[in-house]
Design a protein around this ligand. Structure first.
Ligand code: ADP
Ligand code: MG
Length: 166
């Protein structure tokens, strides 16, 4: 018999460096067309995770908070997929507005990472990986984060998320 598919994983991340490492690991299992939705309050570590992910994908340009733009495209330096990094915070109109951004990239060929996308971009894909980041309760160092990864849809039903914990 085969074990039940791992569709959710909870991790404790102890530092910004470890958050970057999680992003680099996540990059290894992502495929073109994947949608990753990051949820967590300001300063939780969404952009830090995305930076590691960009490093793992091997894309051009530093991943920063896209404060003044809604989306930024980071082309691959190799033959991997580009990273589309979206800050949906001011994306009032949701998906329609995102399509209107007229990004010079094919979304099905890209890895799409969206911060603040809840309730706005779900329709981009039936399959998506939700990543929730919380500050750990009682952590006085403000360095510890609880991360919950939850895959939704066919794509993630068979994915082994345990490779993300080491
Ligand atoms: P967000 O995009 O969620 O607003 P950022 O990644 O921009 O958050 O910022 C997170 C801040 O918290 C950074 O200053 C980072 O150095 C700090 N930090 C401290 N501990 C962690 C951790 N374990 N993971 C991620 N960031 C952390
Ligand atoms: Mg951010």
């Amino acid at each position: 018999h085969s074990p039940a598919p791992a569709i959710a994983l909870e991790l404790t991340v102890n530092s910004p460096g470890q958050m970057g490492e999680l992003g680099r690991r996540l990059a290894k299992i992502l495929r073109p067309g994947d949608l990753v939705m990051l949820t967590g309050e300001l300063g939780a570590g969404k952009t830090t995770l995305t930076r590691g992910l960009g490093e793992g994908l091997g894309v051009r340009g530093a991943v920063t908070s896209p404060t003044f733009v809604i989306a930024r495209v980071h082309p691959s330096l190799g033959d991997g997929p580009p990273l589309v990094h979206v800050d949906a915070y001011r994306l009032g109109g949701g998906l329609d507005e995102m399509e209107d951004l007229d990004l010079d990239v094919s979304l099905p060929d890209s890895v799409i990472v969206v911060e603040w996308g809840d309730g706005k971009v779900e329709e981009l894909s039936e399959d998506r990986l939700h990543v929730l980041i919380h500050r750990a309760v009682g952590d006085t160092t403000d360095e510890v984060r609880e991360v919950t990864l939850r895959g939704i849809g066919e794509r993630w039903a068979a994915a082994d998320l345990t490779v993300l914990s080491a």
